[in-house]
Design a protein around this ligand. Structure first.
Ligand code: AHG
Ligand code: MN
Ligand code: MN
Ligand code: MN
Length: 297
């Protein structure tokens, strides 16, 4: 089986980018080991006004420390930080955007959670999703899985004896029937409810765990759509443009899928501030195009 390093050596990535990708991917090991001591809540809130799980804070601190020590990264924007961390003396021009622990509400019930990472090589964490150089996520399930794109297709690896082995790639997202939606059904707008009804009538299969990265991974493999919509009393939804939509949307696009806010391609949306929220629809191209023709908003 091809290892992560063997795959990266077939790409046009600079050595420093290969080093950064491997460095981040390997943090899956200490993060998984940190679960047992970090089951509680930290008693603090993040910039999104969310209560922070102890593992949110632990993962954020850990990855930030590793990135700063590498001296490869000029900016770090994280779901768990109020402001962008800047390292102007970095020897490279990478900017990392991250959701260090996605699916926090599932930590205590041992369901699949993950780490979402985007890497820019222009030093600017508030760039367009389309400008990402690399997008990846580590998924902590029965296996530790790394899904990665460096802009030339999507590849899936699994960690075995400390080495990421390629399981699949390049991945093409099929047209599928899986769907999941955040927000309470009673709060859905008519347009969103109509869209979900169309999917259900077409034989849609509900799959929604409470972890975006886990729910997306199913859609990457089986096809379908993940929604966290605007609702009647919250027009901006819950998920973040910079840390969640852009990296996952970049992966989706590289696999032939798309990401939208219900009207337009989110990878073309200029981020105004690091923790800005956006409605998210991500998945198979045919479903996103069907959605945009309904003009949800
Ligand atoms: P995070 O744990 O990084 O804050 O993300 C949680 C997100 C996303 O992972 C998940 O799909 C969604 O919140 C679940 O929200 P609800 O609990 O409102 O369904
Ligand atoms: Mn959170
Ligand atoms: Mn998240
Ligand atoms: Mn998170």
């Amino acid at each position: 089986m091809t290892t992560l390093r063997e795959y990266l050596d077939t790409t046009e990535c600079k050595d420093s980018l290969k080093e950064l990708i491997e460095l981040i991917a390997m943090q899956a090991v200490p993060i998984r080991e940190a679960f047992i001591e970090n089951q509680s809540y930290a008693g603090t809130e993040n910039a999104s006004g969310e209560e922070q799980a102890a593992l949110d804070v632990w993962s954020d601190d850990h990855i930030t420390k590793i990135l700063l020590e590498s001296n490869l990264v000029r900016e770090i924007a994280s779901e768990e930080k109020d402001d962008i961390v800047k390292n102007p003396d970095a020897k490279e021009n990478y900017a990392v955007v991250m959701d260090p622990l996605d699916g926090s509400s599932l930590i205590q019930v041992n369901l699949c959670v993950g780490t979402i990472i985007g890497i820019y090589d222009n030093g600017n964490a508030l760039s367009l999703g389309d400008e990402l150089r690399t997008a990846m996520y580590m998924l902590y399930g029965p296996m530790t899985v790394l899904t990665l794109t460096v802009g030339d297709g999507v590849y899936i690896f699994a960690l075995k004896d400390g080495v990421y082995q390629m399981m699949q790639g390049p991945v093409s997202m099929p047209q599928g029937k899986i769907y999941g939606s955040g927000g309470l059904r009673k709060d859905w707008t008519n347009e969103h409810g109509d869209f979900i009804s169309i999917i259900e009538k077409d034989g849609g299969k509900l799959r929604y765990s409470g972890s975006f990265v886990a729910d997306f991974h199913q859609i990457l493999k089986y096809g379908g759509i993940y929604c966290y919509p605007a609702t009647i009393n919250n027009s901006i939804g819950k998920l973040r443009l910079v840390y969640e939509a852009n990296p996952i949307g970049f992966i989706a696009k590289q696999a032939g899928g798309r990401i939208s806010d219900g009207k337009t391609d989110l990878l073309k949306k200029v981020p105004e501030k690091p923790s800005e929220k956006t409605p998210i629809y991500v998945g198979s191209k045919n479903l996103i195009e069907q959605l945009e023709n309904i003009k949800i908003r």
